[in-house]
Design a protein around this ligand. Structure first.
Ligand code: GRF
Length: 210
């Protein structure tokens, strides 16, 4: 059984999709830890309601690495196999990323490598997609490395951009796919299907749905 930690700063609908998939048996795992740097994050409530330890770790007024060491202490205390960033609005230093090499994944609401990098989060992503004139968008789950949104992509799902879309309507369409893709990728980890070779993700899977 995969022991999962989720780091989230906001409402945590992606966290919920993982919890639901664990409870339904789609994921052979359990969310045992939820960490947030935002005391009011609804993600904390979702976690504790479903049996995870939910911990608020304030980042304010301390060096980035000190905050990360506090997060790492929680992770190490829970024997975690996979760390999922789901709307976690903190950049991670190379200290944290190398300590948990090949163990941290993130969900991003666009088709990386397009529309990723510093400052590309929330509505800004969808605004940029609409401004670009692209006819499709989607979501990506990727390995977290020291480069923001730059680690190898493990899985993606696509959606069309529709005439008349606003950032809100596009976000809602993408979010639906996020809730399908993220549990799928987490289960690939549970099954040991994901490997990283020469900076690329290799997924040993014969039949990818979606
Ligand atoms: C999602 O759009 C995700 O792609 C991004 O942050 C958002 C988190 O949403 N990284 P939620 O808190 O899971 O609802």
């Amino acid at each position: 059984m995969l022991r999962i930690a989720v780091l989230a700063s906001g409402s945590g609908t992606n966290l919920q999709s993982i919890i639901d998939a664990c409870e339904s048996g789609q994921i052979d795992g359990k969310v045992v830890l939820v960490v947030s740097n935002n005391e009011d994050a609804f993600a904390l409530e979702r976690g504790s309601k479903h049996g995870a330890e939910a911990v608020f770790i304030d980042h304010r007024g301390k060096p980035r690495e000190e905050h990360e060491k506090e997060v790492a202490a929680e992770i190490d205390g829970h024997d975690i196999d996979l760390i999922v960033l789901a709307g976690y609005l903190r950049m991670l230093t190379s200290y944290f990323v190398s300590k948990y090499k090949n163990m941290i994944i993130n969900i991003h609401p666009a088709l990386l490598p397009r529309f990723g990098g510093k400052g590309m989060h929330g509505q800004k992503v969808h605004e940029a997609v609409l401004d670009s004139g692209d006819e499709e968008s989607g979501c990506s789950v990727h390995l977290v490395t020291a480069e923001i949104d730059g680690g190898p992509v493990i899985g993606q799902m696509r959606v069309p951009v529709m005439p008349g879309d606003t950032p809100d309507t596009l976000q809602a369409r993408v979010l639906e796919k996020e809730h399908i893709l993220l549990p799928l990728v987490v289960q690939w980890f549970a099954e040991g299907r994901v490997r990283f070779v020469d900076g690329k993700a290799i997924v040993d899977i014969e039949d990818i749905q979606g």
